[in-house]
Design a protein around this ligand. Sequence first.
Ligand SMILES: N[C@@H](CCC(=O)N[C@@H](CS)C(=O)NCC(=O)O)C(=O)O
Length: 200
Amino acid sequence: MKLCFSPTSPYVRKVMACAITREIDDRIERVTTNANDSPPEFVAINPLSKVPALITDDGVALFDSPVICEYLDSFGEALPMFPPHGASRWRALKFQAMGDGILDASVPRRGEMIKPQDEGRVAWIARQKAAVDRTLDALEADPPQRHIDIGSITVACALGYLDFRFSAQPWRDGRPKLAAWYAAFAQNPGIARTAPKDPG
Ligand SMILES: N[C@@H](CCC(=O)N[C@@H](CS)C(=O)NCC(=O)O)C(=O)O
């Protein structure tokens, strides 16, 4: 399978963290893609022009990260990242939504912060930051479990993204339980081996 990817995308990180955890990362060929430029060969794969996008060995194009991560569960012998049913499934999906939601509010916020700050943009940025802060508070009140699944992986990728791109807004302040959870969870190989770095 081929993964259209960018090295600093936290959503791509999530996919690779799942693949490493399930020990199938060697089955994935990575294709560097600049989604912001919307190259024609890429929008033919993902009309939304966002990475990650996966092309399966059968030639099927899959996006976005929740869909790709669930697809990866169909390979290998390791435990699935998506619990099949019951309370553990809904809890994992809820944490995935919280992690993805932090990213959905933070990735575009970073882009808006470097543009001229008119009143509308300032209000939009503040609204996105407030959503992130509330979600971090909810995670402090009820952190993910130590067990690795799609929920805990996604929250870890979101916190890693805040460290990477928003280090001036330290999320650990006043959130000791979440900070302790992340410090322990980040030792998992899927997270440890995918820490983001600026290409330089
Ligand atoms: N909901 C998508 C979000 C993917 C996304 O926003 N990717 C960013 C990179 S971090 C992107 O490709 N942006 C390009 C664009 O929006 O033009 C997912 O979970 O995969």
